[in-house]
Each structure stands twice: as structure tokens, then as C-alpha cells.
Design a protein around this ligand. Structure first.
Ligand SMILES: [Zn+2]
Length: 262
């Protein structure tokens, strides 16, 4: 299998006017608005693609603070090498599920869902889910993350029948009215600015009782710009816990919001 292009390095979204307008429209067309405000501050740590270091180092850091993460699996990367080191193996999936982490879906080929037809995107997503089950995912797959964060309204509508929520990469916290089919999130990168921003966001989410989602890729000292160093993740998870926010997987967060909606 040829290596997949997975990071935003070298990735170019369509910049023509119709594509830009469509992106803007897509984010304001909430397909599945959250029906209630989060009953308490909640913070989720999530990993895309995902590198082995997220499954090993990342999971053990979260577990040390009583937290669990969500791992959005791109099965086309299974066992491959990438800029963040080796990608996950079947054993990682089994260990993560056993330890109570959530396994979510990405696409099979790291397809840009905004550039592909809805039909092609759905076929790719279905193929990925089949592969996930084949390699040992036993729990229902309730969460999806758009590669590069890209989507469009028609796809969001289709995916509302398949997943409880889909995560994008647009900045923001989630509260009543936020689109469950394009959840907002903040990237944790290796630069100091993103770490300082994350600390501020944790305080803000705690104060506003919002649902804050972080995403990154690998957890390694050989960090690419798309990864986070272990000691930095440790610091942020500790801050998140100490803020009083509940550290939850995306499905746990959704369940709490649905309970609050009654
Ligand atoms: Zn990805």
C-alpha cells in the first residue's frame, strides 16, 4: 500500500471562492445542534490517525490522571511509518479498548471529505469501519473525525445517521447549539504558543462550563509540528484535572449532554 499523505503539511484545501463560501456555510449549518448546555465543564483529549506513541505514551499519561482518550483510527495507516513515527497496530487497538479508551473513526485513506463526492466519502468511511471491526474493535464506533477537518453539509447530514458526533478542526468550545456533526476543537502542537493557548482554554472552559476538545497526533520527544511532547501533555492533563472539569471521552460528554437535555 502506498504511503498516505496524512498531515496538513503540504495539504491545500481548495481556495477558490465557491469552496471558501461552502466552507463558511458548512460551519454555520448545524445539522445536529447539541440540545443542552454541558452540565459541567468537560475536557476531551483526542488523537487522530493515530501514531503508536499516542496509544502507548499518550494513553499512559491520561490514565495516570484518571482520564481516557479518543483515538480516531485511519486503518489505511495500520502498521505504517509516518512523520510521527510508526502508526498503530492491532494490538494497540485491543489494549486501548481494554483500558477504557474510546476508538473513533477517521477515513480509510485519509480522504479529504470536502474534495471527494459524498458517495466516495461514505464508501471510504464504511470501508474503514469494516477494517476497524476486522482488526478487533468490539465497541460500537460512535465518533468520527474529518481528515484535515474538512466536510460539507450534505456529508454532515449523511453521517448524522452513522455517528453520534463528528469532530472538525475549527476552533471553539462546544455548548448548546454547537453542531455535533462538526464539533469544534483545538490542536495541541509542539510550539509554545499552542501550549500557552491550551492552558488559557482549560481555564476558560472550566469557568464557562463548556466542552473543550483537544486533538493532536503523536506523543513523543521527537515531535513533528503535529505532535506533542510527553511532558507537555502531562502538564496539560494535570491542569485540566485540577481545573475541576470532567475529563471525558467524546461519547461520555455527549451522554452527559443528552442526560441534561432530559
Ligand atoms: Zn488525520
Amino acid at each position: 500500500m502506498s504511503a498516505l499523505s496524512i498531515n496538513s503539511a503540504g495539504y491545500e484545501p481548495s481556495r477558490d471562492l465557491p469552496a471558501r463560501l461552502r466552507r463558511r456555510l458548512t460551519q454555520w449549518q448545524a445539522v445536529a445542534p447539541l440540545p443542552a448546555h454541558p452540565p459541567q465543564a468537560m475536557i476531551s483529549f483526542t488523537f487522530d490517525d493515530f501514531p503508536r506513541s499516542a496509544a502507548e505514551t499518550g494513553a499512559s499519561i491520561l490514565e495516570r490522571f484518571g482520564a481516557r482518550g479518543c483515538y480516531y483510527a485511519c486503518t489505511g495507516l495500520l502498521g505504517q511509518q509516518g512523520p510521527s513515527g510508526p502508526y498503530f497496530t492491532e494490538r494497540d487497538i485491543v489494549h486501548l479498548e481494554r483500558a477504557g479508551h474510546e476508538i473513533g473513526a477517521h477515513t480509510m485513506t485519509h480522504l479529504d471529505c470536502a474534495k471527494a463526492s459524498t458517495h466516495a466519502a461514505l464508501a471510504d468511511i464504511a470501508h474503514n469501519e469494516d477494517q476497524m471491526k476486522a482488526i478487533g474493535v468490539t465497541q460500537p464506533v460512535r465518533q468520527f473525525a474529518y481528515p484535515y477537518g474538512e466536510t460539507h453539509t450534505e456529508l454532515k447530514r449523511e453521517l448524522a445517521d452513522r455517528f453520534d458526533a463528528c469532530r472538525g478542526v475549527l476552533s471553539g468550545v462546544n455548548r448548546k447549539g454547537s453542531d455535533a456533526m462538526q464539533l469544534r476543537a483545538y490542536e495541541l502542537g509542539d510550539d509554545e504558543a499552542s501550549v500557552a493557548r491550551a492552558s488559557t482554554l482549560i481555564e476558560t472552559a472550566a469557568r464557562q462550563s463548556a466542552w473543550l476538545i483537544f486533538f493532536t497526533h503523536g506523543v513523543t520527544d521527537n515531535a513533528s509540528p503535529f505532535d506533542i511532547k510527553p511532558h507537555v501533555l502531562s502538564t496539560l492533563v494535570r491542569r485540566a484535572r485540577d481545573s475541576g472539569a470532567a475529563l471525558v471521552t467524546p461519547s461520555e460528554a455527549l451522554d452527559k449532554i443528552m442526560d441534561a437535555a432530559g
